[in-house]
Design a protein around this ligand. Structure first.
Ligand code: ARG
Length: 462
């Protein structure tokens, strides 16, 4: 056991308590950010004359050498150390001697770990924005390829009105676009540097916190030292945004699972993204989609765990906060995998356009348009609704579609029906006449796609 705080103690810590307390098992992924933060801190200390230039140079060289030795496997991070901060400081002292003992001047592990988490989460937000951009580009490609792929639109999972596959995916585009915008929003609020807050009350050294913040590409320093060490709001915001991404992916998964079912056959998932059954040779299961749906609960759990950890914590730092890490890392890893895998799966997804169109032409998806036809011929909408309702009942009995009826049959329901009814309720007309912003016609969709492409081109996280 190599702890940083032996001086005040006479007895030694119980082994179970040591292991219980230690975080090195999971915070070693802070190695890179901890080094980055310590280098900036040392640079600032030297600029302020708190350590010498030579000491700063030794510290930076020492930290770099530790980092590369760990990366090369020459130095192993072991549970002899309590956490990654202790590991680095102990090794630094071992390598450069007394200068190493000065790296922690004007700093506490409380602001150190607060900085590490912020740097780590900021990198994650940047990566997630890129992954979401890829996903959006993929969806946009599917949309452009399927502007005239007619399919039923559903409400209550019952066929409602015809749409296109482009329009259906357009809904997901909007969801993931909001997810991307949430990354920007979170970034804007989180990008402030907590280093220099000390344990909770700042320090008496003349630290230049603005300089440290600049060195680490933050907008500036955080403004209250107690809040700086005990704030994990940005992490909660990020996990909440990750949960929303998962919710969207889970809804899409649900659709893909239904569309892939033997009954629907709207899509075929590529072999690369499906699995078989150990007993039923005919099976090809949509496991990736199911697992993404399943992992959504896990990410929600991570968010709940963090919210619950934070809710009872008085100011400022309390050890409970060490529990932020495993939940946050789990959510970050899980969602990155899911978005990456999903983008690839969508790229190889095959759409059975014929089945979609066949399905759209059954189930009276043009009933609203038939009613609108009568309205255009002068009938009040409520009356038209009733006439078409009776017509649908008649068709159900005859097991046919409205368009299958002869004009003479239609006229029995209303004299207003003319030969032009067939064109008015064709699948194509039903879709292409829907021209308002956000509607499924090709013309309306193309406008939206152009607007969204411009949005994505111009998107900047910071
Ligand atoms: N491992 C600790 C954490 O993750 C680092 C901060 C320790 N600070 C302290 N006062 N014990 O929260």
């Amino acid at each position: 056991m190599a702890q940083l705080w032996g001086g005040r103690f006479t007895g030694s810590i119980n082994e179970l308590a040591w292991n219980f307390n230690a975080s090195i098992g999971f915070d070693q992924r802070f190695l890179e950010v901890d080094v980055r933060g310590s280098k900036a801190h040392a640079t600032m200390l030297a600029k302020q004359g708190i350590i010498t230039e030579a000491e700063k140079d030794d510290i930076i060289k020492g930290l770099d050498s530790i980092f590369s030795d760990v990366k090369d496997g020459k130095l192993v991070i072991t549970d002899k150390y309590e956490d990654i901060h202790s590991f680095l400081e102990a090794n630094l002292i071992e390598r450069i001697g007394d200068a190493g003992k000065k790296v922690h001047t004007g700093r506490s592990r409380n602001d150190q770990v607060a900085l590490d988490m912020r740097l780590y989460a900021r990198d994650e937000v940047e990566q997630m924005a890129e992954l979401l951009k890829n996903l959006l580009r993929t969806i946009s490609g599917i949309m452009k390829d399927n502007l005239d792929t007619y399919m039923p639109g559903f409400t209550h999972l019952q066929k409602a009105q015809p749409v296109t596959l482009a329009h259906h995916f357009g809904a997901y585009y909007e969801m993931f676009k909001r997810d991307l915008l949430r990354m920007k929003d979170i970034y804007t609020r989180m990008n402030y540097c907590p280093l220099g807050a000390g344990a909770l009350a700042g320090t008496t050294y003349p630290l230049d916190r603005v300089y440290t913040a600049t060195l680490l590409d933050f907008y500036g320093p955080t403004l209250n030292s107690m809040d700086s060490v005990s704030d994990r709001d940005y992490l909660i915001e990020y996990l909440s945004a990750l949960s929303t991404i998962m919710m969207h992916l889970s809804r899409l998964s649900e659709e893909i699972i239904i569309w892939n079912s033997n009954e629907y056959r709207f899509v075929e998932i590529d072999d690369a993204y499906s699995t078989g059954s150990s007993i039923m040779p005919q099976k090809k299961n949509p496991d990736i989609a199911e697992l993404v749906r399943g992992k959504t609960g896990r990410v929600y759990g991570d968010l709940m765990s963090l919210l619950t950890t934070m809710k009872g914590i008085p100011l400022a730092y309390n050890k409970d906060m060490q529990e932020d890490k495993e939940a946050a890392f789990d959510a970050m890893d899980t969602v990155k995998h899911c978005v990456t895998l999903y983008t690839d799966m969508l790229k190889t997804l095959k759409f059975n356009k014929e089945n979609m169109e066949k399905s759209a032409s059954k189930g009276f998806t043009n009933a609203t348009d038939a009613a609108d036809y009568l309205v255009n011929k002068g009938m009040p909408f409520r009356d038209a609704h009733s006439v078409i309702g009776q017509l649908v009942l008649y068709c159900i009995d005859k097991e046919c579609a409205i368009d299958d009826l002869r004009l003479s049959e239609l006229k029995r329901f209303s004299e207003l029906f003319e030969e032009d009814i067939y064109d008015a309720i064709s699948l194509k007309t039903c879709v292409e006449k829907r021209l308002t912003i956000g509607a499924p016609s090709k013309e309306a969709m193309m406008r939206v796609i152009t607007e969204n492409e411009a949005f994505l081109m111009g998107f900047k996280l910071m």
